[in-house]
Design a protein around this ligand. Structure first.
Ligand code: ZN
Length: 151
């Protein structure tokens, strides 16, 4: 299995996943099932994330997620960045393509399929529903220090 190339500092962790086309070289094994899923990379542990989980996914042409799932506490956002397919939440089916973004509440029974002839790529973010407080724009604050780039 391919390993992430990481770079860490006091206040950051950077990972280099490589080319998106090569994502199938990463393999995910669910802790409760024996099934192995190529093309799925979870980032919480490698990036030391503390408030969200993010996965980077390559859904091969013709692939279908074989089960519906819900979450206990987490809402999910699916950000489709390349390819075409369909996403199902409860009784709704949404055509997805590059630029489609879908939020799903914890209770939504969800599934996807790639019914196209090209690979479908998406980023999935999950975070505890209702946990975001305050103004997300006002949370940012300027740093009074000159910007210095290496020569
Ligand atoms: Zn999920």
């Amino acid at each position: 299995m391919k390993k992430l190339n990481k770079h860490e500092g006091q206040n950051f962790t950077a990972a280099h996943l490589g080319q998106w086309e090569d994502l199938h070289e990463y393999v995910f094994q669910h802790p409760r099932f024996s099934k192995i899923t190529p093309g799925k990379v979870f980032l919480k542990d490698p990036l030391n994330l503390t408030a969200m989980e993010i996965s980077i996914n390559k859904f091969p042409a013709g692939a279908t997620m074989p089960f519906l799932h819900r979450h206990t506490e987490h809402e999910e956002v699916y950000i489709f960045v390349r390819g075409k397919g369909q996403f199902q939440v409860d009784n709704d089916v949404i055509d997805v393509k590059e630029g489609t973004v879908i939020r799903v509440s914890p209770d939504g029974a969800r599934c996807w399929r790639n019914n196209s002839s090209e690979d479908l790529y998406c980023i999935v973010i999950q975070a505890k529903a209702g946990s975001l407080e305050g103004d997300t724009i006002a949370d940012g604050k300027g740093v009074k220090q000159p910007i210095v780039w290496p020569e």
